[in-house]
Design a protein around this ligand. Structure first.
Ligand code: ADE
Length: 238
């Protein structure tokens, strides 16, 4: 998968060189390219923002640097399909495991994280003629800019690409894989500071262990995320 990240803080994405995503880049599974938005300005101060038309708080990102950066990304696009442009914003569709799964099958993702009050709306309109544009949020809270959200999205999406995670079984068992939260896990020693590992886990009875884990997942989901639990029961009724 090819990923382009355009930002006034491209260094933010250095974290993607670590751990499994860093390894996936070295292995050629991922081609992540960073771009400094200010490189696409023409003035001495490399200006990317300007006051909102008709007034209002803060500053808005100017459209032209974004268009020039996106033009360059498009010119280097080798994929057969239209690239997907993701614009992180708290007013977008919320990233879910399902959305991450869907995005993990794409060949080319481009992320356009804005700062200030956001990007001039015409950029998304112009881009929609060239990209599949998705405005996406990582949750109902506000960040200072979209870069931290991009890291979350890239991590959630790329770990689902075959080969990025060594043990594919861990994907099937983790939280949200089947609409439930993950069951509690333990390691050695069997007793630690007066607390024992649940006995069933030491029984060697695989069917019993699977049933216990399922019960724990269901109980946890009902308690902590009644919204998730309800949407599962909706599925059963339809
Ligand atoms: N930019 C600011 N807040 C955000 C959020 N919650 N999700 C995505 N991008 C954002």
């Amino acid at each position: 998968m090819r990923i382009d990240l355009i930002s006034i803080f491209p260094e933010f994405f250095d974290a993607l060189d670590l751990s499994l995503i860093g390894r996936a880049q070295q292995d050629g599974l991922l081609d992540i390219r960073r771009h400094q938005l200010r490189d696409y300005t023409a003035d001495k101060h490399r200006t990317v923002d300007s006051p909102p038309v008709a007034g209002g708080a803060g500053m808005v990102m100017k459209p032209e640097p974004w268009a020039l950066a996106l033009d360059e990304v498009l010119a280097a696009d080798g994929a057969a399909e239209r690239p997907t442009l993701i614009v992180p914003t708290p007013s977008g569709e919320v990233l879910t495991q399902q959305a991450a799964q869907d995005l993990s099958g794409h060949q080319h993702l481009v992320f356009a994280p804005g700062r200030f009050e956001g990007i001039d709306e015409r950029v998304a309109e112009w881009a929609a003629e060239r990209f599949d544009v998705r405005r996406m949020s990582i949750g109902d809270y506000v960040l200072n800019g979209g870069e931290a959200a991009v890291i979350v999205m890239v991590e959630a999406v790329t770990r689902l690409i075959p080969g990025v995670i060594g043990n594919a079984d861990s994907l099937a068992e983790e939280s949200h894989a089947d609409g439930l939260l993950e069951y509690p896990v333990y390691t050695k020693p069997a007793e630690w500071r007066g607390r024992a590992v649940p006995e069933v886990l030491l029984s060697g009875d695989h069917a019993k262990i699977a049933a216990w884990r399922r019960e724990q997942s269901e109980a946890r989901t009902q308690q902590v995320r009644p919204d998730l639990w309800e949407s599962r029961t909706d599925l059963w009724h339809n």
